[in-house]
Ligand binder design. Sequence first.
Ligand SMILES: NC(=O)c1ccc[n+]([C@@H]2O[C@H](COP(=O)([O-])OP(=O)(O)OC[C@H]3O[C@@H](n4cnc5c(N)ncnc54)[C@H](O)[C@@H]3O)[C@@H](O)[C@H]2O)c1
Ligand SMILES: O=C(O)C(=O)C[C@@H](O)[C@H](O)[C@H](O)COP(=O)(O)O
Ligand SMILES: [Zn+2]
Length: 361
Amino acid sequence: MEQTIKVKTAHHAYAVKIIPNGLSQLGIYLSKIWSKRQIAIITDENVAPIYAEQVRQQLGSAGFTAQLLVIPAGERSKSWQQLIKLIDQLAAWHFTRSDGILAVGGGVIGDLAGLAASIYLRGISIVQVPTSLLAQVDSSVGGKTAIDLTAGKNLVGTFYQPDLVLIDPTVLQTLPERLVIEGYGEVIKCAALVGSNFWQLTSKIHSVADIYKFSSELIAASVAFKAKVVTEDETETHQRQLLNLGHTLGHAVERAAAGRLFHGEAVAIGLYQICRLFEKAKLTVSPTTEQVAQRLQAVGLPLTDEALATPAFYAALTHDKKIHDGRLTLIYLEKIGQPNFYPWSLKKVIIWLKRELPTIN
Ligand SMILES: NC(=O)c1ccc[n+]([C@@H]2O[C@H](COP(=O)([O-])OP(=O)(O)OC[C@H]3O[C@@H](n4cnc5c(N)ncnc54)[C@H](O)[C@@H]3O)[C@@H](O)[C@H]2O)c1
Ligand SMILES: O=C(O)C(=O)C[C@@H](O)[C@H](O)[C@H](O)COP(=O)(O)O
Ligand SMILES: [Zn+2]
């Protein structure tokens, strides 16, 4: 059954459509929003062999002219090098402002292609077709685009909304198990922010098979919440910072682990650790940390890692985008479904973390 969730920002409104087997109707859905044009399919080397031909056929049969660019898979592609390659290729194809980009892949492709779309010719249209669980529940919606710098994650980027997000949950069948689980890390983050029925839904998840069984519900609940938050605060001046729950420690441990952890795994660690520390400080009520830990461990998500509290971890932490005037806003849970903000001097946060975080090596 098709579900549609709307995102409406000051300058842009679009639909997020969750459609089982939606990939086989992609041409029809694109024809509804775009006139005939050149479309650059941006994808990666794992997704391309499975889906590129089908996507190309869909575009062709709907009367679009399809071009294909395959990027190396993985976080390392969120780089200046790949961004330049992509933009040079658009220019070589003579893309104009009336052409468009189709991002077909996980969060890496979505973030990179989104950034390219936002700056090439000062902005051309983009549609997101997320193929990983993480991209379907989180990264394809809301318009954050980014590449990484050596200093930290997502340090160069824009807010740039797509014209459509088309989610086909059946493509998750080809996603490796570890990646299904990491995407679920962002689902737990979202469910912990929302509480109520969404948190209850996650009590049914004990395995990857359960994630598949409830995938449409998990995607719809995550997207509905994110769409509401982004509609209210597109550029993260206040409320949208809540979506960063688990990310202050998460991004830092992901960076310090240098590719060993996937983003959703790092978020799981960041979420658990921030709950643990705030519960110790009596700002989070017991047993919130235990509840979060149970949900994460039910599918084998990690709670800690040897990269936590290393010098590289603290170096990355100082680049958190929620730092203003020397104060870092930490996002925490008073309890499940009740998040809050804790702005604190960055220096004091680091002293506190150095005292409280375990080092594992
Ligand atoms: N923009 C945002 O709001 C936002 C939100 C969350 C995360 N992110 C970013 O997203 C990135 C992580 O995304 P990700 O976890 O999707 O990583 P990813 O894009 O690297 O995809 C993970 C792996 O899965 C493969 N893959 C994707 N779909 C597949 C499919 N259907 N079948 C087989 N293989 C498939 C990819 O080739 C890749 O190897 C991080 O860079 C993170 O910072 C952005
Ligand atoms: O959409 C948002 O806002 C989020 O914070 C969602 C996060 O899950 C995502 O990882 C995002 O890319 C983090 O952004 P950053 O601004 O902390 O780099
Ligand atoms: Zn995230």
